[in-house]
Write a protein that binds this ligand. Structure first.
Ligand code: F6P
Length: 357
């Protein structure tokens, strides 16, 4: 038996941990593992791949990025623009399948987010032996309560907020931190709560500047001279718009710029010195947290287990501390967004966090 593995979409701390898990579990079963480079692109003839043994993956558990390389564009993009689904061209699918057949790959593990797993589902529906592993710092995949990479991204946000807090306090400023997450507010919510932000603006809760300013004025009256605001890149501004950097980049639109907008407006309305920081790809880089390392390895081992059982079309999932599996289809039907009346949002409100509503 030969098992293939590729990762696709944006990189994410913990990808190497998954590779480590798959290669280790496959070797224990006496199988060979083939790693394809740069996502599905590595399947196109003549094929860009490497054989992986446990020796090759020694030490990668603690490394960020991915030893296989990745891309969120290219021939296999199944989500474009605002997340519209596109069919991967049949000619591309057929060419890639030849590589799979020539290498006699019995199972292909696709480690990806919403876009890559949509591609994986299309290939599964054409008879490919696909197993999905959920990857995204955005934590926005249905059918799993956590993806690896999220915890590492949150810890970067918390580190950023801890640093902004001391400079904000010294200068009596309002500091705005824009964080990633696409259309989901998970990173902003968890990062904001753990980093003691005073205002958290997320796509799921429409905000107004009046409410944010009112909150900052109350804080000022209470004697707080500085404030921290976290804004998710996908937050909808009060005019009802997303803020984008690039709408024609060959994949999904690039979001960004809402942090600067919010800082400018808050500065104007309050007369307080306000500064904006965009955390950007720092959230995606660097070593994975211990939680993401463990999740990644467990996900990889479960993927190899599903391959052994021939249980294709499934995605590894995580619920109530247990790693299991669900149909990939269930994971890509819709995004998992923050529910506004959920306990964690209520807890944030209870300690005085303003969501701008
Ligand atoms: O999906 C992960 C993510 O990091 C999003 O949070 C962000 O919007 C996007 O990828 C950035 O993509 P790129 O690396 O193409 O700028």
């Amino acid at each position: 038996m030969r098992i293939g593995i590729l990762n696709c979409g944006g990189d994410c701390p913990g990808l190497n941990a998954v590779i480590h898990g798959v290669v280790g579990a496959a070797a224990a079963k006496g199988w060979e593992t083939v790693g394809f480079r740069d996502g599905f692109e590595g399947l196109l003839p003549p094929g860009d791949f490497t054989f992986l043994t446990p020796k090759d993956t020694e030490g990668i558990l603690k490394q960020g990025g991915t030893i296989l390389g990745t891309t969120n564009k290219g021939n296999f993009a199944a989500k474009i623009g605002e997340g519209d689904v596109a069919q991967v061209p049949q000619e591309i699918v057929d060419r890639a399948k030849k590589t799979l057949d020539q290498l006699e790959i019995g199972a292909l593990v696709v480690v990806g987010g919403d876009g890559s797993l949509t591609t994986a589902q299309q290939l599964y529906e054409q008879g490919w032996p696909i197993i999905g592993v959920p990857k995204t710092i955005d934590n926005d995949l249905k059918a799993t309560s956590m993806t690896f990479g999220f915890d590492s991204a949150v810890s970067s946000v918390v580190d950023g907020l801890d640093r902004l807090y001391t400079t904000a306090k010294s200068h009596k400023r309002v500091m705005v931190l824009e964080v990633m997450g696409r259309h989901a507010g998970w990173i902003a919510l968890w990062g904001g709560m753990a980093g003691a932000a005073n205002v958290i603006l997320i796509p799921e809760i429409p905000f107004s500047y009046e409410k944010v300013v009112e909150h900052l004025r109350v804080r000022e009256a209470q004697g707080y001279k500085s404030s921290l605001i976290v804004v998710a890149e996908g937050a909808i501004n009060p005019e009802g718009n997303l803020t984008t950097i690039d709408e024609n980049c060959g994949g999904e639109v690039r979001l960004g710029g809402i942090g600067d907008q919010v800082a400018r407006k808050i500065g104007e309305l309050t007369g307080k010195e306000t500064r904006s920081t965009t955390l950007g790809h720092i959230q995606r880089g660097g070593a994975p947290t211990p939680l993401d390392r463990i999740l990644g390895v467990r996900f990889g081992v479960m993927a190899a287990q599903l391959a052994a059982e021939g249980d294709f079309g499934k995605m590894v999932s995580y619920h109530s501390y247990h790693v299991g599996s669900v149909p990939i289809k269930e994971a890509v039907m819709e995004l998992r967004l923050v529910e506004c009346d959920t306990e964690v949002v209520k807890a944030a409100r209870a300690i005085g966090v303003c969501f701008g509503d």
